[in-house]
Design a protein around this ligand. Sequence first.
Ligand SMILES: Nc1ncnc2c1ncn2[C@@H]1O[C@H](COP(=O)(O)OP(=O)(O)OP(=O)(O)O)[C@@H](O)[C@H]1O
Ligand SMILES: [Mg+2]
Length: 483
Amino acid sequence: MKIIVQIIGWFLGFSWETVQEPETESNDIMDQPLLGVGDEYISLGDGCSGLFCTGATGSGKSSSVGLQVIMNLLNHGLSGLVLTVKSEEIEVWQKAAAKCGRTEDLIIFGKDHHRFNFLAYESASPSGAGLTENVVTLLLAVLGSGAEKKGGSDTYWTHAQKQLIRNILDLLQLSGQEVTVSNMLQVVNSAAQSGEEVFIEEWRQESFCFACLEQIESTDGKARDKSTTAIYWLKEFPNLSERTRSIVVSSLTSLLDSFARGVLAELFSTTTTFTPEDSFEGKIIVLALDAHTYKDIGIKAQCLFKMIWQRATERRRITAETKPVFLYNDESQFFYIKEGRQDMMWQTTCRGLRVITVSLTQSISNYLAVIGSNHDEIFSYIGNLRNKVFLANGNHKQNEWAAKSIGQTEQWKLSINGNDKGQGGYSLGQQFMFDVPLIEMQRLKMGTAKNDYLVEGIVQTPGKVWEASGKNWVKTTFKQTQL
Ligand SMILES: Nc1ncnc2c1ncn2[C@@H]1O[C@H](COP(=O)(O)OP(=O)(O)OP(=O)(O)O)[C@@H](O)[C@H]1O
Ligand SMILES: [Mg+2]
């Protein structure tokens, strides 16, 4: 039947086959295909070690590798988290879910009725670190996400930001105030701006920060915490240098401000209709806060949710029967969380956590630009995304890195030296050469009608020998498909 449909399709000039469907006889969910590679495939179990796909813009990442992976994840009943950069990605997931009978499982956060109050969730979180530490690391991670530079030594600013956030949260909790975004803003916006202001009656009368300080006097216990918090707000914060205070305060308040007004306030600071844990029970949470529509704050909001979700995956109880969950990010460099090496460290544990991370990006240069100077962190992170798919690329750094990671073997090389009078000679020598030369990466087919919708790629999986090549890498073809 499949053949007949294909033949009719050929006559009509298009392909009716929407995805490659590698077959397996095993019933084990971990043995089911994530990505077909010729007659073989990368399984869902393999996928728990991560899938990293690179290719120039327009090389076919999203429409071939990406779409096939999406269809396989959905067809095998998996659930997880989807981060988005382009607004059309949301439609792709909606169409794919409809095709796989999974529409009911979609939570399109940002476009439907769903709400998630992140501070209320963190307050109720069973994680052992406590609300203050949880929120401090979360907000620091979000502040440090993206390519933002703080304007000096990272350690210095991070320390100052950490102290500020910690003291806001401690003051609210010690004074019995609710931890909300607007209360956090009120504390910092009403804090004394100089050592002298602390002694001005008018400030004391009007400051929310001072009112909280007065309240902590009347509550019981935690004497040391109270005195540390009071010293910070009455002495340390007012005496910070003007420049430090303005940088540290403005980056935090501009972030909190985004969550205190408009659509993000509605989404993140009101009620809660779903939690990250829903994605462990069959739901697919699509963060429809794409960069096209929401710009930088959309990315920051997604990083915030991603980190909360990552922590939830660490609390999930895993047994031999536990189905994997997925984290799908196209244009993944946008969502890399460098603060505290969050993503690098989390990725090292994904196999045990049964999380399939799928990251699509143009090149490693995108990541290196985000991380700044600490390149080793990125190489470690990407190294832990074990399954690599390299599509056509013109980025030399990317091609060189890909060629090096695929490897070199000793090969025979014929050298001929001579002139036009026929004098000269030849030699045959052995030397180490790249298994896949850099130029080959530029010659791979990039899909579209011109190439019969075929996208060529090199798949590399350390520790696995592909039958088709007898090596740990194989050149293959993916179909560009449409929903
Ligand atoms: N099913 C399809 N049939 C024909 N052409 C397609 C199809 N899907 C995508 N294309 C075209 O193929 C090209 C590559 O598609 P795709 O969006 O997958 O590239 P990409 O590698 O994800 O690029 P980017 O890095 O810009 O996201 C695009 O120019 C697109 O217009
Ligand atoms: Mg794409």
